[in-house]
Ligand binder design. Structure first.
Ligand code: SAM
Ligand code: ZN
Length: 308
């Protein structure tokens, strides 16, 4: 680890870490804390503490593992014995997979108080470390990780491109980086375009509303539209309102994602060729566009091996 303020070495002291150079102190209360403001990520703190276990894989549903594999192409072999970083870990649903895949160390970093939920879910595991920190100012030395990945995070920062470029130096020579961000275009066709327009238009209003109002709406309106969705023809009325309904998942997933979509302060969307360019500009090789779900641009690449 390194001091996020000056890059100096940090050493353990009572209750946390201290930088040997600038003497900044960082608390450790089960989470190593390098920031004390959630900034634009505040809605995520509330989101992941309210729905702290909904998307954790269970015997019944392993959708987080399905998404993790599809959006990073990381298999257990790529993870086992390696030091892995998840940038923007939320409550830890993907870090759970990495930890179970046998990572030597699975580090989850998040800007928001979602880290409290991640620590509650995974903090007791020997190979997991939860850090509250900012992707733009991370407390790690260059080349500290064999694998870095980020799913559904970078497009919620002030600059998706800068956030990605801040992560690349953390990957060791020969290591892998994989990111998955919102796609600018979902599918060709009028229904998708209308759906995107509806979402954008509503977000102009909803992202400015008090979070508890959006939480209230998500908890109480989604079950109503969930029921309406079962009535032929009438079901289309839901497309006029800011709700997401996933009929093949438990109801809580729709509640969670309605809040996620409409409360989030920042959101940007990206084209595959744009993300490819970022990878090329950072000198990455073996760049691959993955076959993930519609709505996502998932790209991975490798840091070339440096010869001594
Ligand atoms: C939609 S959530 C995704 C969380 C997790 N990857 C998942 O899919 O379950 C986005 C997360 O990114 C975090 N985030 C946003 N900006 C960040 C930053 N600059 N540094 C670290 N985390 C950030 C938010 O706090 C939030 O928990
Ligand atoms: Zn320092």
């Amino acid at each position: 680890m390194a001091c996020p303020s000056c890059g100096g070495d940090v050493e353990p002291v009572a209750g946390g870490l201290e930088c040997v150079a600038c003497r900044s102190r960082y608390a450790d209360d089960g989470v190593l804390r390098f920031v004390n403001r959630e900034a634009y990520a505040e809605s995520f703190g509330l989101q992941w503490k309210t729905f702290s276990r909904v998307q954790l894989d269970s015997g019944r549903l392993a959708d987080s593992e399905r998404r993790f594999r599809a959006e990073t192409a990381l298999q257990p072999n790529d993870v086992r014995g390696n030091v892995v970083l998840e940038a923007g870990c939320g409550m830890g649903r993907f870090l759970d997979i990495v930890s179970r895949d046998g990572a030597a160390l699975a580090v989850g970093v998040d800007l928001s108080s979602a880290v409290d939920a991640a620590a509650e879910n995974l903090g007791r595991r020997d190979n997991v470390l939860i850090v509250q920190g900012d992707i733009f100012k991370l407390p790690f030395k260059p080349g500290a990780f064999d694998v870095v990945y980020s799913i559904g995070v970078l497009h919620h920062t002030p600059s998706c491109e800068r956030a990605f470029k801040a992560l690349v130096p953390l990957v060791a020579s020969g290591g892998t980086i994989a990111i998955s961000v919102y796609a600018a275009t979902v599918k060709p066709g009028v229904p998708w375009a209308l759906n995107m327009f509806r979402r954008r238009a509503w977000r102009v209003v909803t992202r400015r509303l008090p979070r508890r109002v959006v939480m209230w709406w998500s908890k109480y309106a989604v079950p109503v539209f969930w029921a309406i969705d079962k009535i032929p023809v009438v079901r289309y009325v839901r497309y006029l309102f800011p709700v997401l309904i996933y009929k093949d998942y438990p109801l809580e997933w729709s509640v969670l994602d309605t809040f996620d979509t409409y409360a989030t302060e920042l959101e940007s969307r990206h084209r595959p060729k744009e993300v490819f360019r970022w990878f090329r500009e950072m000198g990455l090789t073996d760049i691959d566009l993955l076959d993930s779900d519609d709505g996502w641009v998932s790209v991975r690449g490798r840091v070339p091996t440096r010869h001594a």
